[in-house]
Design a protein around this ligand. Structure first.
Ligand code: FES
Length: 275
């Protein structure tokens, strides 16, 4: 069992939670995720990416959106409560290497949370990092101060123009690809549609582009088959073979179609209305 040390509500349904987990904090690397089982009575296991960790203090942090039955239950827990199981770190770590040109990290919505350790890792080895953060509006932006501290340049986009540029994240990404400062590598994490269009933006420029498909995982064990994706016409399992893949090879349309299949089941569990 793991003790919750702190909980903060970042927006209407997004929460940041600090969990005591010294071994995970020591071992985790950028790109890796956890499997969380909130309690014994309701045994669903959900994958969540590690947003931050402190090996000296012995804690990890997760940022999650309360959109499903388990994340809603987790959001009702508080400092001092215990989470039944926190398993990790799992998944292949992000490949980080010294680059000559800038590394561009694009985080959309809550995708900024799993992007944080990647930005941190590139910053640590001395890569020039340009971070692009996008959200529907100012209230939904997360981790701005932390990302600003780790980035050589931070570009913020909101859909409604309430903060930063009124643009989709693909607009500044394209500008960077067209500039003399062409990215040496791009990472994109966010809604599948955003990752798809980031990959399409960089494709004509042949800029290597990695995406994290963590949102399609179900139990994260390699057994349920729910995270099957087509990568360059080969079937891969996100939880075992990923979660990061070459964005230019991902069949996003197929992935988005399959994600819709879970919507009704999840809504049934949560008693939510879906379109
Ligand atoms: Fe179940 Fe990957 S999440 S097999």
């Amino acid at each position: 069992m793991k003790r919750i040390l702190d909980k903060k509500q970042l927006s209407a349904d997004v929460f940041r939670m600090k969990i005591e987990a010294p071994l995970i904090a020591e071992e985790r690397k950028a790109g890796q995720f956890l499997i969380i089982q909130v309690d014994q009575n309701y045994g669903e296991r959900i994958p969540l990416t590690i947003a931050n960790a402190d090996a000296e203090e012995g804690f990890i942090e997760i940022i999650f959106q309360a959109v499903g039955a388990t994340t809603q239950k987790l959001s009702r827990m508080n400092a001092g409560d215990y989470i039944e199981n926190v398993l990790g770190p799992l998944g292949k770590p992000t490949h980080i290497e010294k680059r000559d040109g800038p590394v561009v990290c694009v985080g959309g919505g809550i995708g900024v949370a799993p992007m944080h350790p990647i930005v941190e890792a590139h910053h640590k080895i001395g890569n020039k990092v340009i971070t692009i953060m996008g959200a529907r509006n100012k209230e939904l932006l997360i981790m701005e101060d932390e990302m600003r501290a780790l980035s050589d340049e931070l570009i913020i986009c909101t859909d409604d123009g309430s903060y930063g540029r009124k643009d989709l994240v693909t607009v500044p990404l394209k500008e960077l690809c067209e500039s003399e400062n062409i990215p040496s590598e791009v990472f994109a994490i966010g809604p599948p549609i955003m990752m798809k269009f980031c990959s399409e933006t960089t494709r004509p420029f042949a800029v290597p582009t990695m995406v994290s498909l963590n949102t399609i995982m179900v139990d994260g064990t390699g057994m349920c088959g729910g995270c099957r994706v087509s990568i360059g016409n080969e079937t891969k399992f996100v939880c075992v073979d990923g979660p990061e893949f070459d964005g230019h090879l991902v069949d996003f349309d197929n992935m988005m179609l399959r994600q819709k299949a879970y919507k009704q089941h999840e809504a049934h569990r949560c008693n939510l209305d879906i379109e």
